[in-house]
Ligand binder design. Structure first.
Ligand code: ATP
Length: 243
């Protein structure tokens, strides 16, 4: 199924704080787009708007599934999940006392996902053999890298067509960051997902991204049509990579 996302002139904030200022961006079907920017520049706010957790004050968020477009603004998060959008949130947000399998099953709480629960659970265990070995273990006793795999698996259990990933590298050792990024690339290929990934780790993000946007103070400050274009940009080098 073709699934794409288009954000048009989005403003959003928290009271007097303007966190997004006229943000426009697009993710074509089957693309992996990186949303780059250091802390506090609006990446999480954009993710929250897409998922219906924060209502933008202006703009549109169009999700298109097989040619049918829907404006997500004003829709409830559960409706947005039902349409086929899932998130791997920053900090993973797992239930530490529940087992791996219980956490995974929580991803399939909507009726649309329950229908394909068995197939998706088998897929998760195939993609993450370690999770199958540990399926009865409380998630809180697992390593950060393993927990990130559970968070990815839980999003897969939502049966998404569009996957949002918010800062997957946070709190992970470098080797685990690399593995997590590779896993996201692998899931995207195997499931034919469209991916929008917020990430501060520029070098890791561009390993799997087709294109990227850099957010600075809630605005798109640069748009790179290839990983090389992003790396070459004066703005990215000076302000973002600190070169
Ligand atoms: P991070 O990696 O820290 O999540 P980010 O790029 O995702 O950074 P946001 O979390 O979207 O950035 O924050 C954008 C701006 O909005 C920042 O100035 C932040 O202080 C502010 N902000 C975020 N959440 C809230 C909130 N709940 N209440 C007030 N201001 C907020």
């Amino acid at each position: 199924m073709a699934a794409s996302l288009r954000i048009e002139e989005l403003d959003a904030g928290y009271g007097a704080v303007r966190a997004l200022d006229g943000v426009s961006l697009a993710v074509a079907s089957g693309e992996t787009v990186a949303l780059l920017g250091t802390n506090g520049n609006g990446k999480t706010t954009l993710m929250r708007c897409i998922l219906g957790l924060l209502r933008p004050t202006r703009g549109r968020i169009l999700a298109t599934f097989d040619g049918q477009s829907v404006d997500l603004v004003g829709r409830a998060p559960e409706e947005i999940v039902d349409l086929g959008i899932a998130i791997v949130p920053e900090g993973r947000r797992l239930f530490p006392r529940l087992s791996v399998e219980e956490n995974l099953l929580l991803g399939a709480y909507r009726r649309s996902a329950r229908a394909v629960l068995r197939r998706n659970l088998d897929f998760c265990y195939d993609a993450f053999p370690r999770l199958q070995e540990r399926r009865s273990q409380p998630v809180g006793s697992m390593s950060g890298g393993e927990q990130q795999m559970v968070a990815l698996g839980r999003a897969v259990m939502c049966a998404p067509k569009i996957l949002l990933v918010d800062e997957p590298s946070v709190g992970l050792a470098p080797i685990l960051v690399a593995r997590t990024i590779e896993k996201i690339g692998e899931l995207k290929e195997r499931l034919g997902l469209t991916v929008l990934m917020a990430e501060q780790n520029f070098h890791q993000a561009i390993r799997i991204a087709d294109r990227g946007y850099v957010l600075v103070h809630g605005k798109v400050a640069f748009q790179g049509d290839s990983p090389a274009a992003l790396g070459d940009s004066e703005l990215v080098r000076k302000f973002y990579l600190g070169l």
